[in-house]
Design a protein around this ligand. Structure first.
Ligand SMILES: CC(C)(COP(=O)(O)OP(=O)(O)OC[C@H]1O[C@@H](n2cnc3c(N)ncnc32)[C@H](O)[C@@H]1OP(=O)(O)O)[C@@H](O)C(=O)NCCC(=O)NCCS
Length: 148
């Protein structure tokens, strides 16, 4: 049976293997769990995962926050979405996007927002977002803090 459930703070490790696939900069599951629990969760970050009978860990995870922004108002921001490579193509991410939109409604958010890279490795994600009727509305700019 496939189940979607929120991953609580004492269970972050259950989503960390999948998250680390998406965010390898953290190096290890333990370092990533520490960052999520120490820095992200106190600032409102939440994790939801898809679980199957075959595995204790989540095969797909979505990390998000309820957020407020002068341009976008009250919204749900999706930080992370990943399905483990072996579990792709079974509709797991689709379930998570549907869950996120329902959670946005439950929280009385105006909209769901997210950023996504532009390389070919993001093409499946972009197809998913288009299927869920997300529109491309901005360019994302960034610069290193020590760049003068
Ligand atoms: C983008 C990503 C999260 C999608 O995860 P997923 O669980 O495979 O997504 P889905 O299964 O819902 O959809 C994937 C494909 O399977 C198809 N599909 C969905 N359910 C299916 C089913 N039951 N049987 C067969 N195919 C199915 C979808 O139509 C979709 O087809 P497409 O590739 O032609 O668009 C995944 O590819 C991923 O983790 N990519 C790397 C990380 C990433 O880019 N994250 C986004 C950062 S912005």
């Amino acid at each position: 049976m496939t189940e979607i459930r929120e991953i609580s703070a004492d269970q972050t490790k259950l989503g960390a293997a999948a998250l680390l696939e998406l965010r390898p900069r953290w190096g290890t599951v333990d370092a990533l769990v520490d960052f999520v629990d120490t820095d992200l969760r106190p600032r409102g970050y939440r994790l939801v995962g898809v679980f199957t009978e075959a595995d204790d860990s989540a095969v797909s995870v979505l990390g998000f926050r309820e957020a407020w922004h002068s341009a976008w108002g009250h919204h749900l921001y999706v930080d992370d979405l990943i399905t483990m490579p072996a579990a792709r193509g079974h509709g797991h991410a689709d379930l998570l996007m549907t869950w996120a939109k329902q959670e946005a409604l439950r929280l009385n958010c105006e909209a769901v927002h997210l950023d996504s890279g532009v390389g070919p490795d993001r093409a499946p994600a972009h197809r998913l977002y288009m299927r869920h009727h997300l529109a491309i509305t901005a360019h994302h700019f960034t610069v290193s803090a020590d760049n003068h």
